[in-house]
Design a protein. Structure first.
Length: 148
């Protein structure tokens, strides 16, 4: 009797493309988001009108801009600057891609794989939003200490 190996589908095969319209005459978006790099999490949907988006889905892109590794404020900025209806790529969290940003970044993936490339995008977004301020501040302190 042979055993059949069940191959798990990669999270990338479950990516959903959705369009978020403005709601009614108020002009409000029909989506709310949470998480973000400042909370150590991927950005995710906290409320949704339906139409493909599900509460808890991880947001990969908004209007073609990769948002993984961005702070919540930056993700909201991207969301508010996109033309309507807004195109959003999401994926349901799973064992490989969960809401915990640190856990995903700590994993080892094959160089050149989708996950490895995604880690690079996340690191670039984190660097652009977090490291330069800290580096400049440290360099300024170092310069002041050297003058004394």
């Amino acid at each position: 009797m042979s055993k059949t190996a069940v191959k798990k589908l990669h999270w990338r095969s479950n990516v959903q493309d959705s369009f978020v319209p403005l709601l009614g005459s108020s002009g409000e978006l029909g989506i709310a988001i949470g998480g973000g790099a400042d909370y150590g999490e991927f950005p995710f949907v906290t409320s949704a009108p339906g139409g493909g988006l599900t509460v808890g889905d991880i947001i990969l892109e908004i209007g073609g801009t990769p948002v993984l590794g961005m702070t919540l404020g930056d993700v909201r900025g991207v969301l508010s600057s996109c033309p309507h209806p807004i195109r959003i790529k999401t994926v349901s969290p799973g064992s490989t891609l969960c809401k915990d940003l640190r856990l995903y970044l700590s994993k080892c993936f094959t160089p050149g794989s989708v996950d490895s490339q995604l880690q690079q995008v996340i690191r670039e977004n984190l660097y652009l939003r977090c490291v330069p301020v800290t580096t400049v501040y440290c360099m300024s302190l170092h310069s002041l200490c050297a003058l004394e």
